[in-house]
Design a protein around this ligand. Structure first.
Ligand code: ADP
Ligand code: ASP
Ligand code: MG
Length: 404
C-alpha cells in the first residue's frame, strides 16, 4: 500500500460536476489500495472574485483581512469534495490548513510553510479515511490565518507529500503536463515527458504558472516525485525529477515569460560605495522584490542604477525612493512601464557556449530591442517591451527547435 498526495487546481474543481469527476479520480487511487491525501484549490475563479470584492471596498485592504477572506475559497471545495467522496462510499474528512497542522511564518499574503504537524492527518489515514486538505492556507504559531501566495496550493500538496513521506505527489491541472512554453498562448508548444527540478524551478520562477515555485523548491529539497497531469484527459503527464531524460538533445528545454515589469532608473548617485546597499536594503525593508540590477559609472564618478520590479510595486517603490532621497543622495528618478521578461531555460546550456548569443541574434532579427539581460548557468532572460513579448517567445521557441 502506498501513500499518494493528489492536488486539484481551480479549473479542475470549477463546478459540482468537476468535483464529482475529482471524487472519481480519488476513488481510482484508493481502489488500487493506496492511502490518499487530496489538496484542493478554490473553485474556478473564486480567489480572483474575492480579491475584486475587497478592491471595491478598499484600495489597500488590510493584509490580515485579505488572508481571512481568501482562505474561505478553499474551504468551500474541501467540504463539497468530502461529501462527494462519501457518496462514493469512501470515508473522507475535510481539513482546513490549520486543522491539517500547516504552520507558517507570520507574513500575510505570501507566507512560507515552516513546519507541518502531521499527527492529525496520519491518525485519519490510519483510520482508513481520505483526508481532503484546503490548499494555499496555514496558521502562524500565534494562531493567525495566512495564505501562501497565488498558486500556493501546489506548495501545500508538495509540502504535505514531503512531510508524510508520500510515494508520489500528482498535480492535476487543466493542461496535460509541463510544456515547452505556455500552450494557452503558443499553439506549437509541446509537452515534455520529464523536466529536472532545477529546470522546473527556473521555469516556475520566470513566469511559467503551471507550478508554484516554492512547490518545486520543496520537491527538490525533499526529493518528492512530482507529476503534473490533466484532471480531464487520462494521458501521461510530465515527471519532475533529479535528472531529466534529454529529449532530442535540446539545449533549451523551455521558454517562460512574464509581463507587468517596470524598469526603474536612479540617476546620479553620488556615493556609489554605500548607495547600492542603502537602496536595496530600504526596498527590502518595504517587502519590494527587485529582480535584474544593472549599475554603471559616469565620467564624473557618480553612478547610474537600473533595476526591474513587478509593476504592482511601482508606486510603493517610487514613494520609498522619494521619501529617502536625502539619504540615498541621487539626482533623478526615471521609470519605464509596460515591459516584459522572456527567458530561455535548459540544463544543457552549462556546456554549450553561444546560447545567449543566439537568443540576442533571434531577437535582433525580429527587431525586438533588449532593455535588460540576466543570466544563470541554466537560463538567459531578456527584458523587452510588453507588446513584443509573445512575438519574442514564438521566435525563440521556434529558433531553439522546441515546437512540434
Ligand atoms: P491550477 O488551477 O490547476 O493550479 P494554473 O492555472 O495555476 O492551474 O496552471 C495551469 C496553467 O499554467 C495552464 O493552463 C497554462 O496556461 C499555464 N502555463 C504556463 N506555462 C506553462 C507551461 N510551460 N506548461 C504548461 N502550462 C503552462
Ligand atoms: N486559490 C489560490 C489561487 O487562486 C491558490 C491556488 O489555486 O493554488 O491563487
Ligand atoms: Mg496553479
Amino acid at each position: 500500500m502506498g501513500l499518494i498526495v493528489q492536488k486539484f487546481g481551480g479549473t479542475s474543481v470549477g463546478s459540482v460536476e468537476r468535483i464529482l469527476n475529482v471524487a472519481e479520480c480519488v476513488k481510482e487511487e484508493t481502489d488500487r489500495g493506496n492511502q490518499v491525501v487530496v489538496v484542493v484549490s478554490a473553485m474556478g475563479k473564486t480567489t480572483d472574485q474575492l480579491v475584486n470584492m475587497a478592491k471595491e471596498i478598499s484600495s489597500q485592504p488590510s493584509k490580515r483581512e485579505m488572508d481571512m477572506l481568501l482562505s474561505t475559497g478553499e474551504q468551500v471545495t474541501i467540504s463539497l469534495l468530502s461529501m462527494a467522496l462519501k457518496e462514493k462510499d469512501l470515508e473522507a474528512v475535510s481539513y482546513t490548513g490549520w486543522q491539517a497542522g500547516i504552520i507558517t511564518e507570520p507574513i500575510h499574503g505570501n507566507a512560507r510553510i515552516t513546519k507541518i504537524k502531521t499527527e492529525a492527518i496520519e491518525g485519519q489515514l490510519q483510520a482508513g479515511k481520505v483526508v481532503v486538505v484546503a490548499g494555499f492556507q496555514g496558521i502562524t504559531e500565534t494562531g493567525e490565518i495566512t495564505t501562501l501566495g497565488r498558486g500556493g496550493s501546489d506548495t501545500t500538496a508538495v509540502a504535505l507529500a514531503a512531510s508524510l513521506n508520500a510515494d508520489r505527489c500528482d498535480i492535476y491541472t487543466d493542461v496535460t503536463g509541463v510544456f515547452t512554453t505556455d500552450p494557452r498562448y503558443i499553439k506549437s508548444a509541446r509537452k515534455l515527458l520529464s523536466v529536472s527540478y532545477d529546470e522546473m524551478l527556473e521555469l516556475a520562477n520566470l513566469g511559467a504558472g503551471v507550478l508554484h515555485p516554492r512547490a518545486v523548491e520543496f520537491a527538490k529539497n525533499y526529493q518528492v516525485r512530482l507529476e503534473v497531469r490533466s484532471s480531464m484527459e487520462k494521458v501521461e503527464g510530465t515527471i519532475i525529477e533529479g535528472e531529466a531524460t534529454m529529449e532530442q538533445n535540446l539545449v533549451v528545454r523551455g521558454v517562460a515569460f512574464e509581463d507587468k515589469i517596470t524598469r526603474v532608473t536612479v540617476l546620479g548617485l553620488t556615493n556609489s560605495i554605500t548607495s547600492l546597499s542603502t537602496i536595496f536594503s530600504t526596498l527590502a525593508k518595504n517587502q519590494i522584490n527587485v529582480d535584474i540590477i544593472i549599475q554603471s559609472t559616469t565620467e564624473t564618478g557618480a553612478a547610474n542604477l537600473s533595476f526591474s520590479i513587478h509593476t504592482d510595486d511601482w508606486l510603493e517603490t517610487l514613494n520609498v525612493l522619494e521619501d529617502n532621497k536625502s539619504i540615498l543622495d541621487y539626482e533623478q528618478l526615471d521609470a519605464e512601464n509596460k515591459l516584459a521578461k522572456v527567458s530561455i531555460v535548459g540544463s544543457g546550456m552549462i556546456s554549450n557556449p553561444g546560447v545567449a548569443a543566439k537568443m540576442f541574434e533571434v531577437l535582433a532579427e525580429n527587431n525586438i530591442a533588449i532593455k535588460m539581460v540576466s543570466t544563470s548557468e541554466i537560463k538567459v532572460s531578456a527584458v523587452v517591451e510588453e507588446k513584443y513579448m509573445l512575438k519574442a517567445v514564438e521566435a525563440l521557441h521556434e529558433a531553439f527547435g522546441l515546437g512540434d
